[in-house]
Design a protein around this ligand. Structure first.
Ligand code: PXP
Length: 242
């Protein structure tokens, strides 16, 4: 499996003081030199962590692909078509939430998503939808023109962290079925949210060959504060590839 490192929370620490450090750009370069396959960042509507300048700087500086998480809004569409990340991942966004709490409501947004996605495909930007492991949602993701899905692993992560291992294993089976369905439809399959150095091991063991890439942010940044960014990325890579 590949690893995409999400650097949002480096910007969260910076914004705690509204200063210039730590630098998300420096973190992205360290993650890249540690072996990350991709850098991910979420430009939120309220700019609570990553700012527009971070996006522009990182896009120019890194050699690995850039994945921009964003809400499907007009403002974000204009920014993404200008900055040209390699991939966009469409996520739902609610101002009050601490983090992205659920998958995109692909069923209600179906017609809007078709129009939204089209210009990205025309310029060769890969479009991924952040979704729950639900077969109907995956079918509609294909219909609206997505190239890939990123399966929301938050439920799995929470169950594992609460030591509800039987339920966590059941959730993995749900994710496996959803991945198979997506692959049958020709969608690429990624996963992420809430994964950490403990719960990632079972996930990788069970889903190698089903999920191509993991997107991990908070746990890597949390460990980077204590042990350094490169070490945090390398240790996660060892768990994922090892
Ligand atoms: N994938 C998506 C679509 C996300 O919104 C997030 C959180 O920004 C992540 C993955 C990474 O989640 P975490 O920070 O819990 O690793």
């Amino acid at each position: 499996m590949r690893l995409g490192v999400n650097i949002d929370h480096v910007a969260t620490v910076r914004e705690a003081r509204k200063t210039f450090e730590p630098s998300p750009l420096f973190a992205a370069l360290l993650a890249e030199s540690a072996g990350a396959d991709q850098i991910t960042m979420h430009l939120r509507e309220d700019r609570r962590h990553v700012k527009d300048e971070d996006l522009e700087l990182i896009k120019r500086a890194i050699k690995v692909p850039l994945n921009l998480e964003m809400a499907p809004t007009k403002e974000m569409k204009e920014i993404a078509l200008r900055v040209r990340p390699n991939r966009i991942t469409l996520v739902p966004e609610r101002r009050q939430e601490i983090t992205t709490e659920g998958g995109l409501d692909v069923l209600s947004l179906k017609e809007n998503l078709k129009d939204f996605i089209k210009p990205f495909k025309e310029v060769g930007i890969e479009v991924s939808l952040f979704v729950e492991p639900d077969l109907k949602v995956i079918e509609v993701s294909k219909e609206v023109g997505a190239d890939a899905i990123e399966i929301h692993t938050g439920r799995y992560a929470n169950l594992y962290n609460e030591k509800k291992f039987k339920e966590a294993y059941e959730e993995i089976q749900r994710i496996k079925k959803a991945s198979l369905k997506a692959k049958e439809l020709g969608l690429r399959v990624y996963a992420g949210h809430g994964l950490n150095y403990q719960n990632v091991k079972l996930f990788v063991r069970e889903l190698r060959g089903f999920v191509e890439e993991l997107s991990i942010g908070h746990s890597i940044v949390a460990n980077a504060v204590l042990f350094g960014f490169e070490r945090a990325v390398k240790e996660m890579l060892n768990l994922i590839r090892g």
